[in-house]
Ligand binder design. Structure first.
Ligand code: ADP
Ligand code: MG
Ligand code: ZN
Length: 479
């Protein structure tokens, strides 16, 4: 089995953030009552005329700029003909030979889904084009429902070169693409809401062979985990067949995540089956060099640049920066808080080891967290100015996470202010020394490790509130 290698190419659709749909003024909004965001245009009534959404076109160009594509000075929309109840016009407005963006690339690095460190390299992007989403079909046993709210939502398709070789690389590519879309404000890419959908193309070939094997396309993959699993499954299935001498046919398969199996849907149609031709109701779209450069200048900070800035500006390790930039909302959260504290590294540690874990346990996103960035920064300030110890901060943090109260008020209400008054600490120190004559002897005999024991005793007596540095100093003097 090991003499075969896999070749993987991905076609990724994302719904573009915009107020209105691609060719009409209906709202582009998720989760509304079915068929309430509709009009004659997106319902495909005869005789209506589409008007293109300028913002969606700009967003597509921005996606191209963020992935090092060439932006077309001249492009156009085409009709892709097909018959299916999700598309009442019987054609989808898409782009065929003149897409907005071509010849880009995306760097993959970091860890794959299985946690393995990946070799850093570029995956080619063939093209990025813009089209309209189709209606959503829901099947109820003996009948089906059509929701046209989704019909006409701007949908951007990014087609990769067949450059990936392992499920982990495909995972890293998708994660990278998703990050870019989110950072550039192009799409939220929430896969559970269908805002990011992926078709996977997989083939296998003997190692050393130049020519690609027969490609199988898989559809209906709705999570990164499913994508990773399905690719691994498909590589194994094809390798087994090919090594038995079976000649594969081009086909489209579905993925059943419950069974962990792919299944045949249909043998593959060719492009000419779609009868592509230029959309006669829309003008070609042109961009001047100045317009493209203006969009490039307005490009927001991308994940890679933000990682580098976090390392340089806040003195984080590349690992910290990587974890903190994985999700744009988390990196914004850190960025907001970091500017308010003296030691951003301390804030980073709290986010990475406490906040992210609590969020994942609670199953919520950082935006839904009761502790706002400014509030966590205030708690860090309390540690920095020694009002509370790191240990007490855990109690404060837990209370803040539960209630959303400010750090200062939690500290006050619970009486958690660190004791930095030396006479108060001295009393605890004296008591600890009086209570433990044996350990005092041990210390005097040269066993300096006993000092830690005393620190522990004093902290206990002060119920964790004594300033640990002062405790250590006082103990050294007294002992
Ligand atoms: P189609 O016309 O069938 O859509 P394309 O040539 O446009 O095929 O490719 C669609 C996707 O499949 C692209 O992402 C491409 O990289 C990938 N692809 C093409 N050939 C192969 C292959 N032999 N094995 C795996 N992926 C492939
Ligand atoms: Mg295709
Ligand atoms: Zn409409």
């Amino acid at each position: 089995m090991s003499e075969y290698e896999a070749v993987i190419g991905l076609e990724v659709h994302v719904q573009v953030n915009s107020a209105s749909k691609m060719f009409c003024s209906c709202a582009n909004k998720y989760g509304q009552e079915p068929n309430t965001l509709v009009c004659p245009v997106c319902m495909g009534y005869p005789g209506v005329l589409p008007v293109p959404n300028q913002k969606a076109i700009r967003q597509t160009v921005i996606a191209g700029l963020a992935t090092e594509c060439e932006i077309a000075a001249y492009s156009k929309f085409d009709r892709k003909s097909y018959f299916y109840p999700d598309m009442p016009k019987n054609y989808q407005i898409s782009q065929y030979d003149l897409p907005f963006c071509e010849h880009g690339r995306l760097k993959i690095s970091g860890k794959g889904f299985s946690g393995e460190e990946l070799e850093e390299r570029y995956i080619g992007i063939t093209r990025i084009h813009l089209e309209e989403d189709v209606a959503k079909l829901t099947h109820f046993g003996t009948c089906s429902g059509v929701d046209y709210n989704r019909a006409g939502v701007p949908l951007m398709e990014t087609v990769s070169e067949p450059d990936m070789r392992t499920p982990d690389e495909a995972y890293a590519y998708l994660t990278g693409l998703k990050q870019i879309m989110q950072y550039a404000g192009i799409s939220n890419c929430d896969m559970e809401k269908g805002q990011m959908r992926c078709d996977v193309n997989v083939s296998v070939r003997p190692v050393g062979q130049q020519k690609f094997g027969t490609k199988i396309e898989m559809k209906n993959l709705n999570s990164l985990r499913a994508i990773h699993r399905s690719i691994a499954y498909e590589i194994e299935r094809q390798t087994e067949l090919v090594s038995e001498g079976v000649k594969l046919q081009q086909e489209t398969r579905g993925w059943n995540d419950d069974r962990g199996e792919s299944y045949l849907m249909r043998t593959k149609e060719d492009a000419h089956d779609y009868r592509y031709f230029p959309e006669p109701d829309l003008m070609p779209v042109t961009f001047t060099l100045e317009e493209i450069e203006a969009l490039r200048a307005g490009l927001s900070e991308l994940p890679e640049a933000r990682r580098q800035r976090f390392v340089a500006e806040y003195d984080l390790t590349p690992y910290d920066a990587d974890v903190l930039t994985h999700d744009k909302a988390v990196s914004d959260y850190f960025d907001r808080g970091a500017s308010l504290v003296k030691t951003p590294k301390l804030l980073a540690n709290w986010i990475i080891s406490e906040l992210l874990r609590e969020l994942s346990d609670a199953g919520i996103a950082v935006d839904e967290c009761k502790i706002k960035a400014e509030q966590l920064a205030e708690m860090i300030q309390l540690i920095e100015n020694k009002t509370i110890s790191g240990k007490i901060a855990k109690t404060v943090f837990a209370e803040m996470f539960k209630t959303g109260n400010d750090a200062k008020s939690v500290v006050k209400k619970k009486g958690l202010v660190q004791v930095s008054d030396s006479s108060a600490i001295e009393a605890f120190v004296d008591q600890a020394i009086a209570d433990n004559p044996t350990q005092v002897e041990q210390f005097k005999a040269g066993n300096v490790k006993v000092l830690q024991y005393f620190v522990g005793q004093v902290m206990k007596l002060s119920r964790g509130k004594a300033n640990p540095q002062m405790v250590t100093e006082l103990l050294k003097n007294k002992l």
